[in-house]
Design a protein around this ligand. Structure first.
Ligand SMILES: Cc1cc2nc3c(=O)[nH]c(=O)nc-3n(C[C@H](O)[C@H](O)[C@H](O)COP(=O)(O)OP(=O)(O)OC[C@H]3O[C@@H](n4cnc5c(N)ncnc54)[C@H](O)[C@@H]3O)c2cc1C
Length: 452
């Protein structure tokens, strides 16, 4: 049976040789949940066995169900109906249903909300596996960051309302930041958040380029402090679709056709604030975007892997001048370069994900169970600071490297296939179109350089 997890020797190698056990331990907070939840692991070995099992079933679903539908998804795209609702491409809707059944829509959410509570390093593997099958689908699978942000910063009431539904795959989210005049520069956001006489928050204004803006839980960055320009005038809000949320347009775009990109008009939409006022951009969205950047690095890995394999297999069978073209040095060099670049990207991404797991783990430990001993507390704080700094540097590096790399790899993949690669008979041209967005969204490559 085809399996995008089992057939990838490099992922298999890295899962054995990266310190996944350390991630498991911080995520499970010393495996303290084992007494409370039947399915929570009691030790690192059990946790790793769980990761392996879930990745195995996701690998099979990706290879056997999702990948065979990706071409149709690309051709169909999504449809904006007259009543303002969006109909997803059939293959995307079916895949989301399967993923919900496989219980992989709450990958990193805590056990108490029905999530798997898996570490980021395993989530990065999952994202790569899904993206290799369908780059566009990953955009919806990868929006689990919305649930993570709610879990990290929202009130208990908001968590209770949404998080179980995220885990069950009953709702999907959207990250609603970009506006016509605020793209890279999110500090320029204008969409207004204001309170009515009863103190209820409402949203008014336009957002554009919103992936899955037709989802059920929208996290919206808005200007809550009209007199304050810049990032400190912004707060984060959660709202749901309804009569005041109008999807005005679905973008007609180069690639990722299965991922709906929406323009949304909020016409005095009721909403609730996440966390504290004025921390919307500087704390909550920065955290959300850092997670999403790692997600895009994983998405880039998936499309690069798919393109490389297509080129490698084609070069092994295509004959010119009486030999398989893989034996021609110029072609062989391209294939070797592609493979090396992919393995470098994967190593960087997994190391970054591991560092992020440690960063989150130390922060959680300091918050929930700070040591009484001063020296121990100081040591822990230093470790926490160290991982925070590493994560702040490695995250944009991974996003930059993996996204630029997948563009080179998909470009070269088409070169290896020659004229056939240019035709729609092969997935090559789709991979190239799908890869192109990765250096643009979640912060362009130029912005990653600034961030690193
Ligand atoms: C398919 C798609 C899906 C998207 N999904 C979402 C989503 O779900 N949610 C959301 O909120 N947004 C989303 N976006 C928006 C996306 O994040 C922005 O397009 C992106 O951040 C760039 O902003 P911009 O398009 O306004 O370009 P601009 O900010 O206008 O940038 C134009 C150029 O200027 C460069 N530039 C700008 N500032 C600097 C600087 N300081 N230093 C160096 N160079 C700079 C950029 O690198 C780029 O080359 C999506 C976009 C697309 C195309």
């Amino acid at each position: 049976m085809a399996n995008f997890y089992r057939d990838n020797d490099d992922i298999q190698f890295l899962i054995r040789h990266t310190d996944v056990a350390a991630s498991a331990s911080v995520c499970e907070e010393g495996f303290k949940f084992a007494d409370e939840f039947d399915y929570a692991p009691a030790d690192a070995a059990e946790a790793i066995q769980n990761y392996d099992m879930v990745l195995d079933s996701l690998g099979q679903l990706s290879a056997e169900f999702i990948a065979p539908r990706a071409e149709d998804v690309d051709r169909q795209g999504n449809v904006l109906n007259e009543d303002g609702t969006v109909t997803r491409a059939k293959g995307i809707a079916e895949a989301l249903e399967k993923m919900a059944q496989a219980e992989v829509m709450g990958f990193t959410l805590p056990h108490r909300f029905g999530g798997l509570n898996f570490p980021n390093i395993v989530y990065s593997m999952a994202i790569e596996i899904v993206s290799r099958a369908d780059v566009a689908l990953m955009n919806i699978f990868g929006l689990q960051g919305i649930a993570e942000t709610i879990n990290a910063f929202a009130s208990e009431e908001i968590k209770q309302r949404y998080l179980r539904d995220f885990s069950a795959g009953k709702v999907t989210g959207a990250m609603v930041l970009t506006e016509p005049d605020a793209g890279s520069d999110l500090q320029a956001i204008k969409l207004r958040a204001f309170q009515d006489d009863d103190g209820n928050w409402l949203l008014h204004g336009v957002k554009r380029f919103i992936t899955n803006g037709c989802g059920e839980v929208l996290l919206v960055l808005a200007r809550s402090e009209p007199d304050r320009s810049g990032g400190l005038g912004l707060s984060l809000f959660v709202c749901e679709p309804g009569p005041t949320v109008h999807i005005r347009r679905l973008e007609d775009k180069l690639g990722i056709h299965g991922s709906p990109t929406c323009e949304i008009f909020f016409d005095n939409t009721p909403c609730e604030i996440i966390g504290e006022r004025q921390r919307g951009l500087v704390t909550y969205v920065m955290s959300l975007m850092n997670g999403a950047r790692i997600g895009i690095a994983g998405q880039s890995m998936g499309v690069a892997e798919a393109a490389y394999r297509l080129a490698r297999d084609y070069a092994a069978t295509r004959k010119q001048f009486g030999i398989a073209i893989e034996r021609l040095p110029a072609v062989r060099d391209m294939l070797i370069d592609m493979k090396m670049a992919i393995e470098a990207g994967r190593a960087l991404l997994y190391e970054t994900s591991l560092v992020v797991d440690m960063e989150i783990g130390y922060a959680k430990r300091l918050e929930s169970n700070p040591p009484e001993d001063k020296t121990e507390a100081k040591g822990l704080k230093n470790e926490s600071r160290k991982y925070r700094r590493y994560a702040a540097m490695l995250t944009p590096m991974s996003k930059y490297y993996c996204s630029e790399m997948c563009n080179t790899v998909t470009y070269d993949s088409m070169q290896v296939l020659g004229g056939s690669g240019y035709m729609r008979d092969y997935a090559c041209e789709r991979y190239m179109r799908d890869a192109r967005i990765t250096t643009i969204y979640e912060g362009t490559s130029q912005l990653q350089v600034v961030a690193a």
